[in-house]
Design a protein around this ligand. Sequence first.
Ligand code: PLP
Length: 370
Amino acid sequence: MKRVYNFSAGPSMLPQAVLEKAAAEMLDYNGTGQSVMEMSHRSKAYKPIIDRTEALVRELLGVPANYKVLFLQGGASLQFAMIPLNLKKKGKAAFIDTGVWSDKAIKEAKKWLAVEVIASSKDKAYNYIPAVEKVTGDYDYVHVTSNNTIVGTAFKKFPDTGSIPLVCDASSNILSEPIDVSKFGIIYAGAQKNLAPAGVTLVIIREDLIRGKEHPDGDLSADVPTMLRYDTHANEGSMYNTPPCYSIYMMGLVLEWVKNLGGAEAIGRMNREKAAILYDYLDSSSYFRATTDKASRSIMNIPFVTTIADAEKAEAINKKFVAEAEAAGLVNLAGHRLVGGMRASIYNAMPVEGVKALVDFMKKFEKENA
Ligand SMILES: *Cc1c(COP(=O)(O)O)cnc(C)c1O
């Protein structure tokens, strides 16, 4: 059997131990004679699976008791709409624009709210995180993208928003290191980068932001579709309708794997070590370089280019790099179609050996092509 090192931005690698466990349990989960895929979500066998996954989310991320953990569908992209629909009160929200995903969230929110972009890094092709210390104003929420998957930047410190709920799209760095959940109103993440296969979206939401009939601010507008209301899902333990059962089970296995490694602190140390290996090489090479501002570097997504000045030549070398890397078992290293170059996504499941293999390959490629 051949396994490659997969640097895909998402869906992405899953830990091999998790895939092996899922394979072993595929035909007969825990003596039930069924696959988890085949079970009723209301069955006695399935209930402990979703409960265990939620308990592990709470334990590993240190989720306070006044937050709900929801397993939803529609990807992080549906949250771009659910958030304004559910949090709209005064009718205005603030966004920090740090790339393509924040921009998509902004465009969607504008359908229901007045949006103020209070800071942006668009002026420098999003290669840095704009400094915002404090946000004040009559906003219903402030939205940030903690890790920018395409350009490879990440917040090192979040703005102080006082009593305004801070809402965070953490799709590409959820559980990559510890995070203080209590600083946020909502943290949401499509699971397919760091937590599970595609199909489930994790939403961690402070209870006072879930508006239902009994909420002091009154019920949500009646035209918010039932499936797009947080209270619908919160009141039913993410079982208002059929949840993405198998992806939730897989998330449980991934979380178990993180717990066995030592939790968020330990995985954070490993991720910083992995990223340092690649950045150190990029900073020392005269042939390759990282594209992002040093102070804003992501430890999950690392875009890089060659230092070749001629654009056509550079493009040809990029293609050669990606093809030869693939032949060497290092796959999905092409940069995002919007930014070009190369990108290594090194999420939790990427072992340090994969990053070392990439750097060894890059050194060899540099020698042969420089
Ligand atoms: C991948 C990604 C998304 C989109 O997630 P979907 O689950 O495909 O909707 C949104 N935001 C960020 C930061 C991402 O990396």
